[in-house]
Design a protein around this ligand. Structure first.
Ligand code: GLA
Length: 389
């Protein structure tokens, strides 16, 4: 994201007479390699930050007003830190309002900011444009107020903002990887206790490719909540026989089988996905450490089939992309990434196969769906940081 072209825009909107220093922060989007719909079940995830980010340029103000201009939407919001207002439009402003309240309640904000935001993370594509915006807002406000926050605390504060202001009960994966990623690495995160391990992703012959289906089905938020409820129902059912079970993380395939009688069949399949996905994620981490890409690829495909058949969060466009990708000779594997119902797939592929893959996707996807997909190679980017300030 080249922010320099926005410096002039920033000065035009907010003037150049302020003596406060100009701050620039950036917070990456992410692609989840594996571990889907496991974070809110106390499970394991293995995301990687992208080399694409949400950037905020800002300057501290003397009062407690926040003014934020979105370059992507050509829209400005203005509110007081003391009254962030949970329901005021436009809806994108709820992220910054929520983050402002979370930081204010921790006594971390004395001053507001004038700010401009721009991003090259595709919006609504399942690559955590929201989390990257939240974390960028947090970092901009902290930097302007000369305050610091532990990055884990910052991720939790941003998750709180999304729950309370945006009304989505997301897990912790997106904000966590955005705040704590290390360049050149993916991260194995235990969402129960938030312990993590940086996992090097530095094989020069491997490429991680992202393909955006460019569809976003409307069900995404309501279905997300339904899945969460079904997982809780499954855990509650298993707990009747195994009282130590706190979440699906604690359930093995064998325990699930033993408690199958009396369990709603849909709830059973949801649980089967989560349990098998946790196992796949740990296995993937082991295979990644020894650069066993063929096995990693097989795990990606199994994850996709489980998300499609047991968890039912795929859609025809994502299934078509995965099918096309996997039909190209040499491709290790592919799966939908993020919450589902549209957005992107992730593919692992040897470098020499990238061109053939790109050609196959371009022609076949539009032939099958009459839609255009966008294709890019993802580098493992760094976590959120202050670039200037
Ligand atoms: C969304 C949520 C995450 C996670 C994924 C599914 O991205 O924000 O917390 O639950 O869906 O794995």
């Amino acid at each position: 994201m080249d922010i320099h072209k926005y410096y002039g825009e920033f000065l035009r909107r907010f003037g150049d007479s302020s003596s406060a220093k100009l701050i620039e922060v950036r917070a990456p989007g992410r692609v989840n390699l594996i571990g889907e719909h496991t974070d809110y079940n106390d499970g394991f995830v293995l995301p990687m930050a992208l080399d694409r980010a949400t950037v905020i340029l800002c300057r501290r103000r003397d009062d407690r007003t926040i003014r934020l201009y979105s370059a992507a939407l050509n829209e400005m919001v203005e509110f007081s830190v003391d009254q962030p207002v949970r329901k005021d439009p436009p809806s994108w402003s709820l992220y910054v309002r929520g983050v402002a309240e979370a930081l204010r309640d921790r006594n971390l904000i004395t001053h507001g900011i004038d700010a401009l935001t721009a991003t090259d993370v595709p919006l609504g594509g399942g690559l955590s444009s929201s989390a990257s915006f939240e974390v960028a807002c947090a970092l901009a406000l902290l930097c302007a107020n000369a305050r610091r926050m532990d990055p884990v605390e910052m991720a939790l504060a941003c998750q709180w903002a999304e729950h309370q202001y945006v009304g989505i009960s997301c897990g912790i994966m997106d904000q966590f990887i955005c705040a704590l990623a290390q360049a050149g690495h993916a991260m194995l995160l235990d969402c129960r206790n938030l312990t993590y391990r940086q996992a090097p992703l530095d094989d020069p012959d491997l490429r991680v490719v992202i393909v955006n289906s460019n569809v976003q089905h409307e069900l995404v938020h309501s279905e997300y909540q339904t899945r969460r409820n079904q997982c809780q129902a499954a855990a509650a059912h298993v707990r009747k026989k195994f009282p130590a079970v706190k979440a699906l993380r604690d359930v093995t395939a064998d325990m699930l089988e033993q408690t199958r009688p009396g369990m709603d069949p849909t709830v059973f399949r949801r649980a089967r996905h989560v349990i098998s996905e946790n196992r796949r994620t740990l296995e993937f981490a082991e295979c990644m450490a020894r650069q066993d890409w063929p096995t990693c690829g097989r795990l990606l495909c199994q994850s996709h089939y489980s998300l499609r058949d047991d968890y039912e969060v795929s859609c025809p466009e994502l299934d078509a992309l995965v099918e096309i990708a996997c039909s190209v000779a040499g491709v290790y594997g592919a799966r939908l990434t993020g919450g589902g119902f549209g957005g992107c797939i992730v593919i692992m592929v040897p470098r020499r196969v990238v061109d053939g893959l790109s050609a196959a996707l371009a022609s076949e996807y539009s032939r099958r769906t009459r839609k255009q997909a966008s294709f890019f190679i993802a580098g493992a980017g760094a976590g959120a940081r202050v670039v200037r300030g």
